[in-house]
Design a protein around this ligand. Structure first.
Ligand code: MRU
Length: 353
């Protein structure tokens, strides 16, 4: 069984239903987002997380924002509310480019609609925004499946696969990116073992990836992040597969903090390192990873384990949520269109054009 992280319920006056990922694995709780402020909070506090899921949720967030419009309002007012809401949601998390990509796509589509049909009502504009959000959601489902199908050949029978953070169904509208590769290999009858880094500080690997893979009947073992090198040294890891939050034009890839260290360990041990991501995760407007904004999160995420304080009061804490893996350490990027081996500016631009 593959879980569904998010679902729009109803028409333009509907709501977004999310699995509250803050509660997993202890409880499977659904959260109903009925206004944009609630959705902003859900994104900021990681009730919904993972680059593609953030993008799809934000698209639906714009549908929620437009519910406050009056049927008598004109298109101009509708576009104004949309523009303000785009700006607001864009400030929720800075690294995953899917957020900005989805907001921009909805906004552009709405503007095009208003230009084509200047006599349309604001209700029709709202229908257009919902239709585009649904399209983004459905495309994500399709992209996830195709990423899995394109990447499953990298998992050999009997292999050990290491992954970091959660790039599964919980992180997308579909069956995930890195985990989609595993789901497809499993569907094809391959036996393999996944090592899930627990992924400090918020434990997305231990809480979410392990939960998802267990549900799907895939052999999964949780390790602390600092055990990965020793596992590789022992020959237990044949490939590393992770997701991505933003991929620069040259292939440098931002993903959950700790991914960079894994890429160096993988290089040292001669282990291929794969990134699985949809084309909405590429940001061709930036040349390299040096330009990717890295989210800094609250010190309390590091200073506490649950309710328990694990660092001295008043201690300095550094908590970047992401890091950047260099393209030269990535054996291939798996997308819904195929595989980019040894990614670089040329091969990426050809792949996406
Ligand atoms: O802070 P998070 O949990 O949103 O970070 C998520 C990741 O780093 C994922 O690996 C990435 O978004 C890819 S999800 C398919």
């Amino acid at each position: 069984m593959i879980v569904q992280a998010l679902k729009w319920v109803g028409g333009i006056d509907g709501f977004l239903e999310l699995i509250d990922q803050r509660q997993l694995p202890a409880e499977l709780v659904k959260l109903q987002c009925r206004d944009i402020e609630q959705l902003f909070d859900a994104i900021e506090t990681l009730a919904v997380r993972g680059a593609p899921a953030i993008g799809v949720s934000a698209a639906y967030g714009l549908v929620l924002a437009m519910q406050k419009l009056n049927p008598a309002d004109g298109l101009e007012q509708g576009l104004k509310v949309l523009a303000e809401s785009v700006e607001y949601l864009a400030s929720s998390r800075p690294t995953a480019v899917n957020l900005f990509w989805a907001l921009e796509r909805i906004c552009q589509n709405a503007k095009d609609f208003a230009t084509r049909q200047p006599e349309a009502t604001v209700q029709e504009l709202r229908e257009t925004v919902l239709a585009e959000a649904n399209a983004i959601c459905q495309e994500d489902v399709d992209m996830c499946r195709r990423i899995g199908q394109n990447g499953e050949r990298f998992i050999q029978e009997g292999a050990g696969i290491l992954t970091h953070c959660n790039a599964g169904a919980l992180a997308t509208a579909g069956q995930g990116t890195a985990l989609s590769v595993m789901f497809e290999a499993h569907k094809n009858g391959k036996k393999f073992r996944v090592y899930a880094d627990e992924t400090r500080p918020l434990l997305q690997g231990a809480r979410l990836t392990a939960w998802e893979l267990k549900q799907a009947g895939i052999d999964v073992t949780v390790i602390c992040d600092n055990m990965a090198g020793w596992l590789m040294k022992q020959g237990k890891v044949d490939a590393v597969i992770t997701g991505a939050d933003r991929i620069a034009a040259n292939g440098d890839t931002a993903n959950k903090i700790g991914t960079y260290s894994l890429s160096i360990l993988a290089r040292e041990h001669g282990i291929p390192f794969y990134i699985a991501a949809p084309s909405s995760t590429f940001d061709l407007s930036i040349k390299s990873g040096a330009e990717i904004p890295i989210e800094q999160r609250s010190a309390d995420e590091v200073a506490f384990l649950g309710d328990r304080k694990t660092a001295p009061e008043g201690i300095d804490i550094y908590n970047p949520a992401f890091d950047v893996t260099e393209a030269r350490d990535i054996a291939a990027i798996i997308t819904e269109r195929g595989v980019i081996e040894n990614p670089n500016t040329g091969s990426i631009s050809r792949h996406l054009s």
